[in-house]
Each structure stands twice: as structure tokens, then as C-alpha cells.
Unconditional design. Structure first.
Ligand code: NZQ
Ligand code: ZN
Length: 384
């Protein structure tokens, strides 16, 4: 196992009716900005619950944060915060609202151009405190330090991370997710699944506990994902998917182990250039990352085949093939298509992506840092 530091201070309020308890988590004298997306919270009862919970507090609202939140929109919230003297944020929505709010929190007191936080990885020295009410299980943003923001003007999608943007608290009430359309439920399952694979399917690091945590999240998503799609108001299965998605990317399963993230880095470019949903890009890229990297990931692929998909018979190559095929089939079974052509995207996207990687000066991706732009090209060539 590699050395690691693990720190995660996010207070989780899990379960039915927990929105009612947020007032106790926010200082009474706080001046709050409630941030949200395109309006789903106004039609599913979540907004009413938040408003009731904040009855004793002073708050304003900022709506209109897009999926794959835009820098241009978030900067408008920064202006509002400065004018109104806001000192606490409450993000209510999916990963985009949460990520956007993390950026807003970091940008308010940033000296210089806030895009540098992403484009130049400029250090974040302070951030406004904030809490979250999560309405879409997928990203893990409710319990991590990551934020992904898109600059619309240049179609760039970049991330930053800082311990200063850990939420103070996050409400995970599975009932707030009942209104999700099937497309977003499927997306969430694929995103959480891929987060686990990025941290698990690398090479053995003598970390059996982290491996089994990872495998148990994958198995839970495989068991509970189809149940929650078939019966969206089944509280038990939705609760299990919500908690799986949070634990998939709250830092715990990644302690002391190598991590990949090739699929995510390629996926962000596909979203930036062609507007695919985040999870759609992962469903397309992940099976092909595993295929191209099968020699580098051989031992873990065999472990994954056996422990997650129960593939123990036949020769090793065939087991690896089947494990990759089962991964693809699972994504399709939860309604997320796995080919670029399913989204009307051609292979002419490949040079655009490899050029971007080269221009940003990255050396290589992956757990061995040997996924060069050439390897990215091989992966994308299989995505047709
Ligand atoms: O905007 P509203 O009207 O709220 O509608 C949203 C949006 O259209 C809707 N939605 C959310 N909750 C709902 C609901 N509709 C009905 N009922 C509800 N309860 O769902 C749509 C998609 O929402 P979005 O927040 O964009 O989805 P998701 O949670 O998948 O977030 C995706 C973003 O997170 C980033 C992605 O790159 C993408 O920008 N990620 C963030 C990560 C992190 N912070 O650690 C890691 C991930 O790998 C990912 O990169
Ligand atoms: Zn993701």
C-alpha cells in the first residue's frame, strides 16, 4: 500500500426529511445564496422544503446553473455575492450545481482571473463556506473537493480540487431523486461505476481492503441499479444507489492505491466538444480503455472478472474479454449507449482531442503515466 493522507470533514445528513434539519447547520446570522439549476427543484418539492427549512434565515437565490456548469454563468453569481454581501452558499441540485457552487465559493475572494483556478491550477487561498442538498446520485461532489467547469467561449472543460471546497454538510434524501428521468438515473449509475473502476482497475497494490470496498460498490450498483430503474419510487434500492455513488468518490476507496482517470480525461473532451452527458462519454470510453490497456491491467482485470462478474472458467484472455463485454452490456442495460456513433460523433474528433492534450503539455495519463496522446488515439479509434 502507498502512503496516504485521508481527510474528509463533510457531515452527511442521510434519509427522508433531512432537508428540514439544515437550519441547524448554518449560522443564524449568515446571509445565504441558494444556488440551483434549470428548475427541477421548483417542480419536485425540493425548493419548497429548502425554503421552509430556511424560514429563520436571510437568503437570496441564484438559478440557471447549466449541466456542465458554465464559467460565464458562475461569474454572475460571484458578482451578486460581492454586491449583496453573501457569506454562505447552499447548492441544491446535481453535480453541476454543486461543482458550480464550489467554483463560485473559490472565486469570490480570488485575486486575478478566476478561470486561472482551472486553467493554471492557481492555488485557492480561501472559499466561502457552503452546504449542499444533492438531487442526483452520480458525481460524489457532495463529499469531495472536486469541481469541473466549462468555459463556454472556448469549449474547454477543466477541473480543480481544493480542501477549501469540501461542503460543510450534504443532505442526501433519496426521495429528492424520485423525479429524475431514467436517462439521469442511468447516467448516475454509470458515473459512479466508472469512478470505482478508475481507482480499482489498475495494478495490484497489496490493498485487499480497498479492493473489496471497490468490488462491493460495483456489485451493489449492479444489483440495485436495475431495481431502481425498474421501480423509481422504491426507497430501499434508491437509497443504496445514492450511498454507493457518494462512497465511490469521497476519497476512501482511493486511499493508498494507484489511480487511472484516463477515461474521465478523454470523456471531458468529448463533452466539451460535442455536448455528450458526462456519463455517456464514460460509457463510450471505459470499455475501450480497458481493451487497449488490457496488458497493463491484466491482473486486476482477472480479479475484476472473477469477483465482480463471477467469471472463473475458460482461459484468461477469454475471461478478460467477457469482463469487458459485461461492463459494456451493463451500461447499455441501464440505458446508456456505448458507441460514439450512438451520439452522432465521428472519429474526426480524435485529432482535436489529442491536439488539445498535446497543447496543454501533459506528458501522459493513467496509473503508469504512459497513456500518451498516441494511446488516447488508439482508445478513441475503438469507440466508433
Ligand atoms: O438543472 P436542473 O433543472 O436541476 O436539471 C438537472 C439537469 O438537467 C437534472 N436533475 C437533477 N436533479 C434532478 C433533476 N431532474 C429531475 N429531478 C431531480 N431530482 O439532471 C440534469 C443533469 O444534472 P447534472 O447536475 O448536470 O448531472 P450530474 O450530477 O451527473 O453532474 C454532472 C457534472 O458533474 C461533473 C461532470 O463533469 C458534469 O459537469 N463531475 C463532477 C465530479 C466531482 N465533482 O467529483 C466528478 C465527475 O467525474 C464529474 O466529472
Ligand atoms: Zn465522473
Amino acid at each position: 500500500m502507498e502512503n496516504f493522507a485521508f481527510y474528509n470533514p463533510v457531515k452527511i445528513l442521510f434519509g427522508k426529511g433531512q432537508i428540514a434539519n439544515i437550519a441547524a447547520e448554518i449560522p443564524t446570522e449568515a446571509k445565504i445564496l441558494v444556488t440551483y439549476g434549470g428548475g427541477s427543484i421548483k417542480t419536485n418539492g425540493v425548493y419548497e422544503q429548502v425554503k421552509a427549512a430556511l424560514a429563520g434565515h436571510d437568503f437570496l437565490e441564484f438559478g440557471g446553473i447549466e449541466p456542465n456548469p458554465h464559467l460565464e454563468t458562475l461569474l454572475k453569481a460571484v458578482e451578486l455575492i460581492r454586491t449583496e454581501g453573501i457569506n454562505f452558499l447552499l447548492a441544491v441540485g446535481g453535480g453541476s450545481v454543486l461543482d458550480g457552487t464550489k467554483f463560485i465559493a473559490a472565486a469570490v475572494n480570488f485575486e486575478g482571473d478566476p478561470w486561472d483556478i482551472l486553467a493554471k491550477q492557481a492555488p485557492v487561498k480561501s472559499a466561502l463556506p457552503f452546504g449542499t442538498v444533492l438531487t442526483l446520485p452520480a458525481t460524489g461532489s457532495e463529499m469531495n473537493t472536486n469541481s469541473v467547469v466549462t468555459k463556454w467561449e472556448t469549449q474547454e472543460k477543466l477541473f480543480f480540487a481544493s480542501p477549501l471546497v469540501f461542503p460543510k454538510f450534504s443532505v442526501l434524501d433519496p426521495e429528492t431523486t424520485y423525479s429524475l428521468p431514467p436517462r439521469q438515473i442511468g447516467n448516475g449509475i454509470v458515473d459512479a461505476f466508472t469512478h470505482v473502476v478508475e481507482q480499482y482497475l489498475t495494478y495490484p497494490a497489496n490493498a485487499p481492503l480497498q479492493d473489496r470496498w471497490a468490488e462491493s460498490i460495483l456489485q451493489t450498483l449492479i444489483e440495485e441499479g436495475p431495481k431502481t430503474l425498474a421501480n423509481p419510487h422504491d426507497y430501499a434500492s434508491r437509497a443504496n444507489v445514492v450511498w454507493s455513488a457518494t462512497l465511490a468518490l469521497n476519497g476512501m476507496i482511493g486511499t493508498g492505491v494507484p489511480q487511472d482517470w484516463t477515461t474521465h480525461m478523454i470523456g471531458h473532451e468529448l463533452t466539451a466538444l460535442h455536448g455528450l452527458d458526462h456519463a455517456q462519454t464514460l460509457a463510450v470510453v471505459l470499455p475501450n480503455t480497458l481493451t487497449v490497456r488490457r496488458d497493463r491491467k491484466r491482473e486486476k482485470l482477472l480479479q475484476y472478472a472473477e469477483r465482480v462478474w463471477d467469471l472463473v472458467d475458460g482461459d484468461e484472455e477469454a475471461r478478460i474479454d467477457q469482463a469487458i463485454q459485461k461492463t459494456r452490456d451493463f451500461f447499455e442495460s441501464v440505458g446508456v449507449r456505448t458507441k460514439l456513433s450512438d451520439y452522432g460523433v465521428g472519429l474526426d474528433v480524435i485529432p482535436l482531442i489529442t491536439d488539445r492534450f498535446e497543447k496543454r503539455g501533459f506528458v501522459a495519463l493513467g496509473e503508469h503515466q504512459d497513456v500518451t496522446p498516441k494511446v488516447v488515439e488508439q482508445i478513441l479509434a475503438l469507440c466508433a
